[in-house]
Design a protein around this ligand. Sequence first.
Ligand code: BES
Ligand code: ZN
Length: 647
Amino acid sequence: MPTLPTSFRRLLVPALAACALACAPTEEATDSSTDPEPPSVERATTDVHSFATPDEVSVRHLDLTLAVDFETRRLEGRASLDVTRHGEAAQDAATLVLDTRDLDIQAVTFGSENGVEDGAETEATWSLGEPVEFLGRALTIELPAGAERVHVDYASSPDAAALLWLEPSQTAGGEHPFLFTQSQAILARTWVPIQDTPGVRFTYDATVTVPDGLIALMSAENPTTASDDGVHTFRMPQPIPSYLLALAVGDLEFRDLGGSVGVYAEPPVIDDAAYEFGETPDMMTAVEALYGPYRWGRYDILVLPAGFPFGGMENPRLTFVTPTILAGDRSLVSLVAHELAHSWSGNLVTNGTWNDFWLNEGFTVYLERRIMEELEGRDYSEMLALLGLQDLEGSIADLDAADTHLYLHLEGRDPDDGMTDVAYEKGYFFLRMLEETVGRERFDAFLESWFESRAFESTWTDGFLAYLEQELIAGDQELAAKLQVDAWVDGPGLPSNAPTVTSARFDTVDAQLAAFAEGTGAAELTTEGWTTHEWLRFLRGLPDELSDEQMVDLDTAYGFTGTGNSEMLHAWMHHVIAHRYEPGYPALEEFLTGMGRRKFLQPLYTRMAEADDTRAMAVRIYREARPGYHSVSTNTIDAILRWDEAG
Ligand code: BES
Ligand code: ZN
């Protein structure tokens, strides 16, 4: 990694919090001599993962001009930033601090006149700070009194952590190279010099030049076909945080799905993608009915090459998704519901720091399940909830207790460490508990007004808790006691008032699991009408110990090794590894080399690393597959396989 292994130093946090209306001041201990319990939770609204000092000067608009060079694997160009100066900085000289990581900064200049560019530019006084692990380097720019627009000429590094450059052979089409970005959580700074904190929002315009025949797409208003001259222009008129900056370049086709919804994919994939996501307009109808109008114009989905490290990423106007959800039967589209839901929870109302990540993801899982309930019924969404609960229980067992609080303390750590089932599933169950306690009608109105009142703002845990207290609890002490808000937000595990989930459909599966454990042959089990989620329950519920005969019996009856459903294949591969089921090895290798989705890679490599024989296999496969994985995935797998020693 290009960042230097400096010992981690405490960040200089900005003196003042970028405090929106909603954020309550951090409470001070009143009298420590009479109060034996010091306040254990300090919820700063300052972002420990950014060098920026937005209380002094904040970016309000970005003009980005970039050329995409597949040969050198660089983006090169200019970021012009319009800034707003606050407090004393409004009149005097001031300092603009940007986040950068592995950027080659070539020049920092001011236009000859504030906001006007007539060609004459003056060089600014600027400096790059020492590299800090995960965070990169602060770019500090002195602004003379009155200056409100700064130009930064720069190039990204070929190893920029946000970017994955793919050879034609690593795409579905096999003929053209492909590039995509993944900026969340703090990787935008590896391709744009920016205040890389979710507490700052800005609008942007961009001009991106790409090789002939390729199309560029961004998290903005997009073209539907490649331009003749390789130049593509973009406009994002709604203010967004930096982690939602996104770019993809490749050979892509567009298909309209109706209702301002569409899909982009490589030509060999577009038909499957258009079928798979055909219900997205219905999802839009459902979510708008629940939480108010969609505020971003179009909603398009981009299916990326298989190296994409996530299931999905909610880049505004253009959700990025993995092709591994193209199951052929629309059975994995709750992921689209999830990314669409982020258009309210996350993109419209944004977690102010990564410690508040549950405000993005917990809310989004809640919305996702409400959408799926509308489309598929309660018994369907309850299966999703139960699978989520199972994941959460596993994570709670594995994580340090402090990492199972909703509000996180990630100072000095990679924000990626906070991306666990706790934010997603404990966050979900917290909101579901609120819903079940006050009733759906009241809770729906509450959530809708939350999104409406905080639209296009960043928000913090304390801000939400204050709103909850004011709008929902409203002085009702009995209700407050029932909710146990503190236990959820600042306590470990699942509090005692966690909702219970029941699923008759899963009870049926469990009965068949019991029968199988007692010796009924796989082909004799009653599995008629099972959908992907029943099968996932089944695969997860199989006993740890299975004989060779049982593995063969299962695979013969149900063809798990050959399934085209990535979630089921992933669940099956745990057994393939654990039981050294060799007929499954070629499919395992193909799975691990054929896609880069961390959610699948991480558990499988972890399991393989547990024993010498499978570890050797993992190292061999990883050596081949690693160039096709994004840094998000290689960071994780390098650690599992101790790649610095093994590689
Ligand atoms: N925003 C997340 C992905 C993310 C989180 C990227 C944190 C980087 C840092 C996205 O919305 C997400 O949650 N994706 C999930 C799918 C979802 C259905 C749970 C994923 O990719 O697995
Ligand atoms: Zn999400």
